[in-house]
Design a protein around this ligand. Sequence first.
Ligand SMILES: O=C(O)CCC(=O)C(=O)O
Ligand SMILES: [Fe+2]
Length: 369
Amino acid sequence: MVVHAKPAALDQISLVRSAEPGGGAASSSLFPGVPAVDLSGPGAAAAVVDACERFGFFKVAHHGVPARVVDRLESEAAAFFAKPQAEKDASGPANPLGYGSKRIGRNGDTGWLEYLLLAVDHHQAAAAVSKASPVPSSSLRSVVLCWIRPPVRSTQPLFYLLKILACGVCREAVSEYVGAVRGVAARVLEAVAEGLGVAPRDALSGMVSGAASDGVFRVNHYPPCPLLQRLPDSCSVTGFGEHTDPQLVSVLRSNGTPGLQLALRDGRWVPVPPDRDAFFVIVGDSLEVLTNGRLKSVRHRVVANSLKPRVSMIYFAGPAPEQRIAPLPELLGHGEQGAYREFTWGDYKKAAYRSRLGDNRLDPFRRRV
Ligand SMILES: O=C(O)CCC(=O)C(=O)O
Ligand SMILES: [Fe+2]
């Protein structure tokens, strides 16, 4: 008989039951695969709404973001994560911004990963992107210094930022990439508004594009986890525990290593085949509320890979802290009360920081009938 003990190096990290490929026979008809939408093609708005209603998830094909913008940042990220641990630690701990390793958030969540979490100032990002080529490097440096702003009352991420800025092309790679995926998020939200018949067309996209909007950018690195081979096939090691993203939408891009999984509406987990050339869009809690639950945020997680590293880059499109998040009146019937109580993004974000990753953060805001 083979006895599998959990290796000591995984002590802090929880194991999860492996997803069945395709979610198992019973749900393969429920999940024919990740829908792909061409945002500039005919019927894009209806296709986006359909995918968001069914899965809260889809991938954008033919997005128009040049491969060189993505590849450049991916190799910058790989170079950062390849640095000696002490050098990376000098840029942390993530509080909540900066470099983090194994710990996610402040409330005991752990995973087989390390990451960088940065806040984005849209106004300055736009300036950095539009000026990226003609501006001499020294002035770009000051633009980007403002653009990636440190959290109030913490000097550590600033220290990290100075380091990242000192590492040459990195600052431009980040600004180019974030400018591009911010555009993808806005196009997706315009398609959602159009598909749901919400006017004006920028009713949703405008929330995440203004100068005060709260964009966050995260790069995750999941090192190979050879210890997985000592566990039974039915077990996986948590890379990033299950959760929903709190913002309106997240735009995710990963290298070719699998690991991302999503929960279908019936609770089954299905693996998402990686696609280096696509952006995956994840519906977040705030979009669920704004659409009065017609689009639902999707639970997702990442499991470790035994042999290959996974690198993912995610842009979280959030609104300004004062933005009121409540069901849009156009989506309510005459005299109908929304299914959620109103909150501001700032309050929701604070509540999210206080919660565990897997908590259902929307529950306290659901109106009971
Ligand atoms: O790394 C991934 O593929 C997903 C990570 C994720 O869900 C997140 O950072 O919110
Ligand atoms: Fe996520």
